[in-house]
Design a protein around this ligand. Structure first.
Ligand code: ZN
Ligand code: ZN
Length: 360
């Protein structure tokens, strides 16, 4: 009987090897840090969402996320006729499922005010009920008393800032008082203004879904917007420390947005690059070991080198195309040079790709 079960298991593994490996997107770790896939802005029926908290865990587990925060509005409860009680309840309901799935669930909430200052999330709270106060500064103080991490949500939301994304004096005050520690650079869409503010004012970059409805099922190569956290290990404490140290990037619609120091390592750990030379021809082999896509475009370079104009490194899941060799011609007798290009979907400044050079 044991033998039959073993044979059956073997057959299942042979027939369904992809499904066994398909949970989660392969994104490399950095040197000394694990890359955790996180979504810190999620709603449930405990505010204006239409999904039960445990389902939020199952959705995130299915997509291979490591951590989520359920951030129901403290001040908006359209389902209160059927669902009421403590503001901690959505966390408490979801927590056992998170534990059984090996996922980190962060306790949080959304603070919902007109602009200024707009909406904010407070995460790593211990008791959300203590934030149920009328004045927003009192709420922020109560969150600070719990050592929460507080960030500005969707500054570019058209309902609040219809034509321009503005930074208000209230935001300067929140920054100066150490209340605002990050901004959503992506929530629905990308905000170049939020990206610029994070760089200038040394704030942590976030990309979250702010999902209210059930999550769609993503086909291979597609993904939810997420915050990549470069943490010392996969624990809640390590995520908190990484957020404080601004070690994050945003993964949105095949774009990665963040500080160059992290994006460069991400590229180098995702792609093996090797160069071979024969005569006046060099061949660069790019082996993409990740599920990230890299859109390369040539930039200014020594005109005696001829190489690609645009080039896409496809993700590892498209196996036949994950290793690519490109040819570089060395003209007029030169023996070496710099192949300069920009990775257009790796944004290191607002709407600006990351420069990279392969020496041949
Ligand atoms: Zn909001
Ligand atoms: Zn929200």
């Amino acid at each position: 009987m044991k033998k039959i079960i073993l044979v059956l298991l073997l057959v299942i593994c042979i027939i369904f090897p992809l499904s066994a490996q398909s949970r989660g997107i392969v994104i490399p770790n950095l040197n000394g840090y694990v890359t955790l896939k996180c979504d810190f802005h999620i709603h449930t029926v405990f505010s204006d969402g239409n999904v039960w908290p445990t389902v939020r865990i199952e959705e995130a587990y299915r997509e291979g996320l490591d951590a989520i925060a359920i951030t129901d509005h403290i001040d908006w409860h359209p389902h209160s006729k059927d669902i009421n009680g403590s503001h901690n309840r959505s966390y408490e309901v979801a927590e056992p499922t998170a534990k059984s799935r090996g996922m980190i669930l962060v306790k949080g909430c959304e603070i919902t005010r007109n602009m200024p200052p707009g909406h904010f999330n407070a995460i790593f709270l211990t008791d959300v009920d203590k934030l149920d106060k009328p004045g927003y500064m009192d709420i922020f103080r109560a969150a600070q008393a719990q050592n929460a991490f507080i960030f500005w949500n969707h500054p570019h939301w058209e309902r609040q800032q219809p034509d321009t994304t503005l930074w208000w004096p209230e935001h300067t005050k929140l920054l100066e008082q150490g209340i605002m520690q990050g901004i959503e650079v992506v929530n629905g869409t990308y905000s170049p203004e939020a990206h610029q503010w994070c760089l200038e004012k040394k704030l942590t970059m976030f990309g979250n879904t702010d999902t209210h409805e059930p999550m769609q099922v993503f086909t291979s190569g597609n993904h939810r917007t997420m915050t990549l956290v470069f943490a010392r290990n996969k624990t809640s404490e390590a995520i908190y420390e990484a957020l404080k140290e601004r070690r994050t990037a945003v993964y949105y619609n095949q774009y990665v947005i963040g500080e160059e120091i992290y994006l460069k390592e991400l590229f180098e750990n995702a792609v093996d690059i090797s160069v071979t030379k024969t005569g006046n021809t060099a061949r660069i082999t790019f082996k993409n070991k990740s599920d990230l896509v890299f859109n390369l475009r040539e930039t200014s370079h020594d005109k005696r080198l001829t190489y690609f104009r645009n080039y896409t490194l496809y993700p590892y899941v498209i196996r036949s195309q994950s290793t690519q060799t490109i040819t570089v011609r060395l003209n007029d007798g030169i023996e070496s040079g710099d192949v300069n290009f920009v990775i257009e979907n790796f944004l290191v400044e607002p709407s600006t790709g990351m420069k990279y050079t392969v020496k041949i």
